[in-house]
Design a protein around this ligand. Structure first.
Ligand SMILES: [Zn+2]
Ligand SMILES: [Zn+2]
Length: 332
């Protein structure tokens, strides 16, 4: 007999207020009830705040109940999650460990990470390893997994010179991970005030830019991670990248931008996108994080309507250093 559970979900609204909704949901045979202990806030969530949909897409929690056919997790397990889609499990992307691109994925209803609980299909959950605290794992399920996907799927190697634009939620994780991987990390920022944080997270060089161009010439990088939330001016950015190097677009707004094709062709530049990571990548990322004791810099707020509103305020005012984490009643 499937169990029905009740929990609270925080949703956005047209006015921007945070609404608290009670959700009644039956746990299907292959689903698990997760008590959310920590949820990460990222730039993508800003788009949901003025819509009447559950907020938050990544986080960590504890399994409190399971459907009768669940095999991967058990009650009491600590798990992480990101996204609100169940991949089909059968297409080429799914069986190739790239299920984030599955075109047949199904959307979960009324589920988000800003909530007391969530009911997820077990196939979207990732067990958290010992030694990785949930408050750090939660924000890494999104930005950390994307960065690991980018680093590993594109053969970024120790010793490679990588450039990072934008030290925010994603950018600081990019510095932490690529420096732990042994890369020569170069940070570009419009603000001198970020120098200390860039060097403290593992950068070897820091360059202040004006309109994305550094004040003095900088040796080009092989991999350039664009982590700012507005689109780049490619004609200026390409000059920072060595011939046959790659520009990775990791955070963007909704605007279209023009690309100087002649420069791209002449210099053999690759422009690479990446929006999400597979569960396989998430597991590998968590192992890497455990091995290197990587901890994102976080600021915490309580998982309440006021706490969520305050966290959004810090994000909008660019005061977040560097990832916001909403902490549930059972979190620490
Ligand atoms: Zn699929
Ligand atoms: Zn995110």
């Amino acid at each position: 007999m499937p169990k029905t559970v009740e929990y609270s979900v925080f949703s956005g609204s047209e006015s921007g207020d945070i609404l608290t909704e009670t959700v009644r949901r039956t746990i299907q045979s292959n689903e698990a009830l997760v008590e959310v202990t920590h949820a990460g806030l990222c730039g993508a969530d800003k788009l949901s705040k003025t819509k009447n949909i559950p907020l938050g897409h990544h986080g960590a929690g504890i399994v409190r109940d399971v459907g009768c056919a669940v095999q991967y997790v058990k009650i009491g397990d600590r798990v992480g999650f990101d996204g609100s889609q169940i991949p089909c499990g059968n297409c080429d992307y799914c069986i190739g460990g790239k299920e984030q691109y599955c075109a047949q994925s199904e959307h979960f209803e009324k589920v988000g990470s800003f909530a007391t609980h969530a009911v997820w299909h077990e196939n979207v959950l990732v067990k958290l390893p010992e030694g990785v605290e949930s408050k750090y794992a939660a924000p890494l399920m999104c930005g950390g997994a994307i960065m690991w996907e980018v680093l590993t799927a594109n053969d970024v190697k120790p010793g490679d010179r990588v450039g990072i634009y934008g030290i925010g939620g994603l950018g600081h994780v990019a510095i932490l991970m690529s420096s732990a991987l042994g890369c020569d990390v170069v940070v570009f920022s419009s603000s001198e005030s970020k120098r200390h944080d860039a060097m403290a997270t593992g950068a070897k060089e820091f360059h202040v830019t004006h309109d994305i161009v550094p004040g003095a010439p900088v040796a080009p990088v092989q991999h350039l991670f664009w982590c700012r939330d507005r689109p780049p001016d490619f004609s200026k950015l390409i000059s920072q990248v060595s011939c046959s190097g790659t520009i990775y677009i990791l955070a963007v707004g909704l605007e279209a931008v023009s690309v100087p094709m002649q420069l791209v062709v002449k210099n053999g530049i690759r422009i690479q996108g990446c929006s999400n990571a597979s569960r396989k990548t998430m597991r590998k990322m968590l192992q890497f994080v455990r091995l290197h004791d990587i901890r994102p810099w976080i600021m915490t707020w309580p998982m309440t309507a006021d706490g969520i509103q305050d966290a959004f305020k810090a994000l909008n005012e660019r005061k977040m250093r560097y990832r916001g984490v909403l902490v549930g009643e059972c979190g620490d």
